[in-house]
Design a protein around this ligand. Structure first.
Ligand code: ADP
Ligand code: TRP
Length: 334
C-alpha cells in the first residue's frame, strides 16, 4: 500500500471561528481527513504576537479545539494538537531562522499589514511569523496545506524555506508543501458584511459559527448595500457582490439564480435577499453551534483529545527533527 500524503493546517486561537475560517479552512480539513494523513493544530504560539492575556489565550485554545471537533474533525482519523505541546516545532524554527533573511521577511504583506495595524508592537515574532509557520508545516513533512487565500504568501515563504534547506544541505529532507483546496478551485475568500474586504476576526465584520440565530439575523440585516441597480444587467458594486458571494457559499444555486435575476432586471429588494441569506446561514451554523455548546461542557474529553494528539504529533515531529539535526551537523563526532 502506498503511503497517504500528509496534510497540515492550523488556526490561531484568537477568537471564535467564523464563516471565513469554516469555508476557507475547516470544511476542507474535515473532507481531507478521509484520504490523507492529517495534522490539524491550534497555533497558540503564533497568537502571542498580538499579546493576548493568559485568560484569553486559555479560553481561545479551548474554544478552537471544541470548534474543530464540532465541525467534524475526528481525532480517530486526524491528529489534532496544540502547537505549544510540541516543542520540536520551536527547535526547528530556531534552525530555520538562520536561513531566513531580514529583507524577505520585511517584504511579507502580512508583516507590513500588522506593522501598520500595531505600530507600537512590531515584535520579532511578527517578523519571523512565516518561519514559525514553515516549521509547523515541514516538521511533519507535509505535502499539502489547506488554507484560505490570505495565507498564500506565508505558504510561499514556507516553500522557499524548505527548498533553501534542501539546497543548502544537498539533501531532500523536506517535500515542498503545496496549497490545497478540496475541489481544486481557487482558494476561497469569504467577504465581510461591511462592504469591502474579507471576513476576519479582527475586522469586526464576522459571523461566527457559535453565534446565535438572533444575532446572525441582526448582522446580516445591517450589511452594507446601496440604493439598487438603475440599469438592466448592471455590474455589481463590491458590497452587493459580497452579499451574492456569501449567498453562493451558503444557499442553494436556485436561490442565487433567483436573486441574480431580480438584480439584473432591477427588481431586487435587498431586505428580502438579506432575510433569505440570514436563514441560509443559520441553517448551516446551528447544528455546529449545538455541538460546540455540548463539547465545551466536556473538559475530560477535550483534555483526552489534546493529550493523545500531542503524543502523535511529537512522535512525527521528533523523527523529522532528529534527521534535521543530523543533516545540519549536530551529530557528534565523539
Ligand atoms: P482571521 O483572519 O479571522 O484572524 P485566521 O488568520 O486565524 O483568521 O485564519 C485561519 C484560517 O482561516 C486560515 O486558513 C485562513 O486562510 C482562513 N480564513 C480566514 N478568513 C478567511 C476568509 N474571509 N475567507 C477564507 N478563508 C479565511
Ligand atoms: N498563519 C495562519 C493563519 O493566520 C495560521 C497558521 C500557523 C498556519 N501555522 C500554520 C496555517 C501552518 C497553515 C499551516 O491563519
Amino acid at each position: 500500500m502506498t503511503k497517504k500524503p500528509t496534510v497540515l493546517s492550523g488556526i490561531r486561537p484568537t477568537g471564535y471561528l467564523h464563516l471565513g475560517n469554516y469555508f476557507g479552512a475547516v470544511r476542507n480539513f474535515v473532507r481531507m481527513q478521509e484520504d490523507f494523513n492529517c495534522f490539524f493544530f491550534i497555533a497558540d504560539l503564533h497568537s502571542l504576537t498580538t499579546h493576548p492575556t493568559p485568560e484569553n489565550l486559555q479560553n481561545g485554545v479551548k474554544q478552537v479545539l471544541a470548534e474543530y471537533l464540532a465541525c467534524g474533525i475526528d481525532p480517530e482519523k486526524a491528529t489534532i494538537y496544540i502547537q505549544s505541546d510540541v516543542p520540536e516545532v520551536t527547535e526547528l524554527y530556531t534552525i530555520l531562522n538562520m536561513n531566513a533573511y531580514l529583507g524577505e521577511l520585511e517584504r511579507t504583506t502580512s508583516f507590513k499589514d500588522k506593522a501598520r495595524q500595531q505600530p507600537d508592537n512590531v515584535n520579532a515574532g511578527l517578523l519571523t511569523y512565516p518561519v514559525l509557520m514553515a516549521a509547523d508545516i515541514i516538521i511533519h513533512k507535509a505535502n499539502f496545506v489547506p488554507v484560505g487565500k490570505d495565507q498564500e504568501q506565508n505558504l510561499e515563504m514556507a516553500r522557499k524555506f524548505a527548498k533553501r534547506f534542501n539546497r543548502m544541505y544537498k539533501k531532500k529532507v523536506f517535500p515542498i508543501p503545496q496549497p490545497y483546496t478540496f475541489d481544486g478551485k481557487d482558494m476561497i475568500k469569504v467577504p465581510g458584511l461591511d462592504g469591502s474586504g474579507k471576513m476576519g476576526k479582527s475586522e469586526g465584520n464576522a459571523i461566527n459559527l457559535y453565534e446565535d440565530p438572533k444575532s446572525i439575523r441582526k448582522k446580516v440585516m445591517r450589511a452594507v448595500t446601496d440604493s439598487g441597480p438603475t440599469e438592466m444587467n448592471q455590474e455589481k458594486p463590491e458590497p452587493i457582490q459580497n452579499l451574492f458571494t456569501l449567498m453562493e457559499i451558503v444557499s442553494e444555486p436556485q436561490t442565487v439564480a433567483h436573486f441574480n435575476e431580480l438584480y439584473n432586471t432591477c427588481q431586487i429588494r435587498y431586505g428580502d435577499m438579506k432575510k433569505q441569506l440570514a436563514e441560509d446561514i443559520i441553517a448551516y451554523t446551528s447544528p455546529i453551534r449545538d455541538r460546540i455548546i455540548d463539547i465545551l461542557k466536556n473538559d475530560t474529553y477535550l483534555a483526552h483529545v489534546a493529550k493523545t494528539g500531542a503524543e502523535k504529533a511529537r512522535e512525527s515531529a521528533s523523527k523529522t527533527l532528529a534527521e534535521v539535526k543530523n543533516v545540519v551537523g549536530f551529530k557528534r563526532l565523539f
